[in-house]
Design a protein around this ligand. Structure first.
Ligand code: FAD
Length: 385
């Protein structure tokens, strides 16, 4: 078993892992990213979830900058897709931007290629086909992750570790408290073609259904397998119904290659971010800001306490496995927020790795601001005491 040493080890290469790795390497940390699949992007590419939800509050105010804003541009770098004109133009007023959401629909192939190109150009070492299956701890620190490869088990040691697996695999392995959600619905985002038109079909059982549809866990083997099978059946049923309703030549062209799970397992800390409780609320340890993709004119700050593990002093969560209650998870899991928490986790992880000290919140916020992250307490009506 060979061992390799990094400052920051990022586990998972979805949007959160991409943002974490970029933030860590830009902070001067020797950084690697381990991904079990064969390309970057996770759900945002392999899952064909190709809508980069808004970086704004819907009332003309930008909420998320930094790497979250950089990645929206990366997603369309090799086309197609455009940033809305009111957001592209730097001199546009708030009134001109109001009502126009700062979001894009992108092409997953272009996004995957552009993200990989970016990470490699910044000096991040990417390992594909690397499924993390274990770790080693020393007291209250993670010291190494273990992962399977075709040539046997490998082990990478690190000073900080980022759990960007979407499913809190690392947090679970590190004996952190985690919360499971077994209420995932059938999903099947896929592209169809009928020899003329390429169409994105966003199939899903109702997101908020509490009965009458099948539920799936994202961490139980049988449920994961059944979700994959049922998702493909859903796609086939959809194709059949379109053929019967006047589109006889239509067929599935590209289907997801990872399951479309929204919420599976997440880190549990002492502060659950909540859509219901924290609208318009500024946390003292805010590491980023977001809007609400479902409704306009709502603003949120994301607390550091939602990404910092409790038992392991050098473990951070990023993306859809950060700490949130059921309502907050719905905001925490979307692409812009995954980039926001990823940037914060990568920055904090690098600061810890390079100094050996836990980052002071004020210093973390200063570095994030310097890097373009928006942290504006004046936008919030309610403040933490
Ligand atoms: C049906 C559906 C519709 C959605 N619609 C939208 C939308 O319109 N817009 C939007 O912004 N968001 C949407 N989302 C949410 C969003 O796409 C995802 O939540 C987000 O992309 C998650 O990013 P992430 O990096 O946290 O996790 P993931 O994308 O899940 O990435 C995790 C990565 O870690 C890897 N990994 C996992 N475990 C391991 C391991 N043990 N070892 C190594 N690698 C591992 C995975 O292969 C994956 O690449 C939707 C989600 C679903 C399911």
């Amino acid at each position: 078993m060979s061992s390799t040493q990094y400052d920051v080890v990022v586990c998972g290469g979805g949007i959160a892992g991409i943002a974490s790795a970029l933030a860590a390497v830009r902070s001067g940390a020797k950084t690697c990213l381990l991904e079990k699949e064969y390309g970057l992007g996770g759900l945002a590419t392999l899952g064909l979830i190709v809508v980069y939800l808004p970086l704004c509050d819907g009332a003309g105010v930008k909420m998320s900058g930094g790497i979250a804003e950089e990645l929206i541009k990366v997603s369309i770098k090799y086309g197609p897709g455009n940033i809305p004109e009111a957001w592209e133009r730097e001199d546009a007023t708030k009134a001109e931007r109001s009502g126009i959401r700062y979001q894009v629909q992108y092409n997953p192939a272009s996004m995957m290629i552009a993200a990989e190109e970016l990470l490699l150009s910044e000096g991040i070492t990417i390992f594909y086909d690397a499924r993390i299956s274990g770790l080693e701890r020393d007291g209250n620190r993670v010291i190494a992750v273990k992962f399977g490869t075709k040539s046997g088990e490998r082990i990478f040691t690190g000073r900080s570790f980022i759990d960007a697996t979407g499913d809190a695999d690392l947090s679970w392995l590190a004996d952190e408290r985690v919360v499971e959600d077994a209420t995932n619905k059938r999903t099947g985002w896929y592209y169809s073609y009928n020899d003329k038109e390429l169409k994105l079909n966003q199939l899903s059982d109702p997101l908020y259904a509490s009965s009458g549809v099948p539920f799936y866990s994202g961490t139980i083997l049988e449920d994961i397998s059944q979700h994959c099978i049922d998702g493909r059946k859903m796609i086939l049923e959809h194709i059949r119904s379109m053929r019967e309703s006047g589109n006889p030549h239509i067929y599935p062209l590209i289907i997801p290659t990872i399951p479309g799970f929204r919420m599976t397992r997440r880190l549990s800390t002492n502060l659950e971010f909540s859509e219901d409780l924290h609208e318009g609320y500024w946390f003292n340890d805010s590491i980023g800001m977001i809007g609400n993709w479902k409704r306009k004119n709502l603003r949120y700050s994301i607390p550091y306490r939602a990404i910092k593990a409790i038992k392991n002093s050098n473990l951070f969560a990023a993306g859809r496995c950060c700490c949130a209650d059921k309502s907050g998870w719905d905001l925490m899991r979307v692409i812009p927020t995954c980039a926001v928490t990823g940037e914060a986790a990568g920055t904090a992880g690098a600061m810890l790795a390079l100094t050996g000290e836990q980052p002071e919140i004020s210093e973390l916020q200063r570095v994030l601001r310097k890097n373009g992250v928006l942290l504006q307490p004046e936008l919030f009506e309610r403040r933490e005491a």
